[in-house]
Ligand binder design. Sequence first.
Ligand SMILES: Nc1ncnc2c1ncn2[C@@H]1O[C@H](COP(=O)(O)OP(=O)(O)OP(=O)(O)O)[C@@H](O)[C@H]1O
Ligand SMILES: [Mg+2]
Length: 266
Amino acid sequence: MFEAFYELTHTPFSRAIPTEELYNSYLLEETLGRLEYAAERQLFGVVTGDCGTGKTTTIRRFMDGLDPSKFSLLYISDSKLTPRNFYRGVLEQLGCESKFYRGDAKRQLHKEIELMRGIHGIQPIVVVDEAHLLDREMLEEVRFLLNFKMDAQSPMALILVGQNELWDRLKLQSYSAIRQRIDLQCKLVHYDRSETKEYMKRHLSYSGAKQEIFSDGAVDCIYNFSSGSARLINKVCTHSLLYGAQNKRRIIDDHMVKQVIEGELS
Ligand SMILES: Nc1ncnc2c1ncn2[C@@H]1O[C@H](COP(=O)(O)OP(=O)(O)OP(=O)(O)O)[C@@H](O)[C@H]1O
Ligand SMILES: [Mg+2]
């Protein structure tokens, strides 16, 4: 409803923002570069960051930028992932019905991947999101994907994506076998004040805003509340736009953002 009042053609601060319209922070560009490198060389990478810092969005952008004649991205996100569900999920994305037993499904996946590489010349990239929730058994299973054949070449690129606890766990002695195999690591962090402002500008220009809506003081307030987490910026901005439209205020200032935070978000 605030879209009409502010004369916007798209909804800003929403998850539905197309990947080509994302805010290109320095870190986003750098992470995409590393992911491309991991894809080309079929490496094992880990992407970590606090919740709401844009990990899944980065993967979405990475996927949209891949050449489908060279790469196939298989994406799994399941908080209660078991090895069987993992094989089933990946095989389904390859258009195959998974065999029932875990060992059979594993062999089936390896065969499909060999076909994909050998016959079609397509390199697979397996991305496991929410990987901080994986239990030890699942992490070990994922690791074994990388050396199913004793040859030197890795059968796929593998990217684990998760909140910071994932890296804390991988640092433990008992996970050293997995840690040692990690080829590259990326860490997403919160935006600083000027990135928060740029991020907001990007969402507003995508949505077709013709004039400034948030005052500089409002940006300070939004930054203090969100600590530069993209998801929290989205939340406070959306609530502020709703409040602004209800009260017919073209410019949203710090006073209004404070009222929104105190009244609706704290
Ligand atoms: N570069 C960006 N440009 C525009 N919007 C972004 C960008 N990065 C993240 N967002 C937005 O911020 C929100 C949170 O991002 P995302 O879901 O990717 O975070 P996450 O790190 O995966 O969080 P979690 O750890 O909770 O899974 C999403 O609505 C997304 O659209
Ligand atoms: Mg996510």
